[in-house]
Design a protein around this ligand. Structure first.
Ligand code: CAA
Length: 294
């Protein structure tokens, strides 16, 4: 059964991006948040993104209205009754996700497929709280969702191959390159990206070079779009710290252990761009200044 109607739970950075991308690809989307205030905030960011596309000429004003018309906000999970695919993009906490999926399991049709956008938690641990572990996958998008071309489609040992292919095809219909991976912590990208970012922090701690020089080296020497410290600030230091801890718990390997400096920065609330301070100070957002940390 192909997917025609999408539900997205969570209208934060990732949820809003997923909803926007699905609507731009022609899917009607219901987006659920816990409060009207959060819903409005998420919709405002979607509208801003769509306006920017109109300003750039990549979208006509009429197309923007059609896309906007495909998006429906709600604070009631019952509105997912007829969704074919529900994508969860709420806070990265397993108990909250398990509770959500248990509730959704009672509301949605038995054919509906559930997906989690988690970047590090176990898909299996969520799937087993429902009566449909065979119709449960990971669908991991990257920030900023409308721009980044990759989606990791994650199967567990219980995922039905036909249900998996339906979701894989859906990811392609969003104009993304879908990759196949299994339910191992970090999937593909974070398995490789997180140790790289942690190593960059260790290099800074050990005095190898400054924040700017490490950033410039990886940007200009390797052609990466952002240097590691700019990327850490962009992803969020709290998020990276959380993922690193989950990965360290799973693999017990030193390369996944969060460095002391990262922990100290998270404890100080210096969580990156969103906090105004991380490896850079964003007092002037157009001209970030490297922090003196070591
Ligand atoms: N939403 C929508 N569009 C955005 C955007 C956003 N938040 N940010 C930038 N864009 C668009 C811009 O409008 C611009 O579009 P056009 O080319 O059509 O004009 C395009 O993206 C490029 O933007 P900029 O010219 O402003 O800046 P840039 O060239 O530096 O690109 C970037 C910005 C796409 C973010 C780029 O720097 C990049 O790819 N950075 C790396 C991002 C990355 O690695 N993301 C993954 C993080 S890891 C993760 O998400 C997974 C996890 O589990 C933690």
């Amino acid at each position: 059964m192909p997917i025609t109607k999408i539900g997205v739970v969570g209208c934060g950075l990732m949820g809003a991006g997923i909803a926007q991308t699905a609507a731009q690809s022609g899917f009607p989307v219901v987006v659920c948040e816990t409060s009207l205030e959060l819903l409005q905030k998420g919709f405002k960011s979607i509208e801003k993104n769509l306006d920017r596309l109109v300003e750039k000429g990549s979208l006509s004003a009429a197309e923007r209205e059609i896309i906007r018309g495909r998006l429906h906000g709600t604070t009631n999970l019952e509105d997912f009754r007829d969704a074919d695919l529900v994508i969860e993009a709420i806070i990265e906490q397993l108990p909250a996700k398990r509770e959500l999926f248990t509730a959704l399991d009672k509301i949605c049709t038995k054919n509906a497929i559930f997906a989690s956008n988690t970047s590090s938690l176990s898909i299996t641990e969520m799937a087993v709280t429902t009566a449909r572990p065979d119709r449960f996958v990971g669908l991991h998008f990257f920030n900023p969702v409308p721009v980044m071309k990759l989606v990791e489609v994650v199967r567990t040992i219980a995922t039905n191959p036909a249900a998996y292919e339906v979701v894989f095809t859906f990811a392609q219909k969003l104009g993304k390159t879908a990759v196949r991976t299994s339910d191992r912590t970090g999937f593909i990208v974070n398995r490789l990206l997180v140790p790289y970012m942690l190593d960059c922090i260790r290099a800074l701690e050990e005095g190898v070079a400054s924040i700017e020089d490490i950033d410039n080296s990886m940007k200009l020497g390797c052609g990466y779009p952002m240097g590691p410290f700019t990327l850490l600030d962009f992803v969020g230091l709290d998020t990276t710290y959380y993922i690193a801890n989950v990965m360290f718990d799973e693999f017990k390997e030193k390369r996944f252990a969060p460095p002391a400096l990262l922990k100290r920065m998270v404890l100080s609330g210096w969580n990156g761009r969103k906090a105004g301070k991380g490896f850079y100070d964003y007092a002037d957002p157009k001209n970030p200044k490297a922090m003196k940390l070591v």
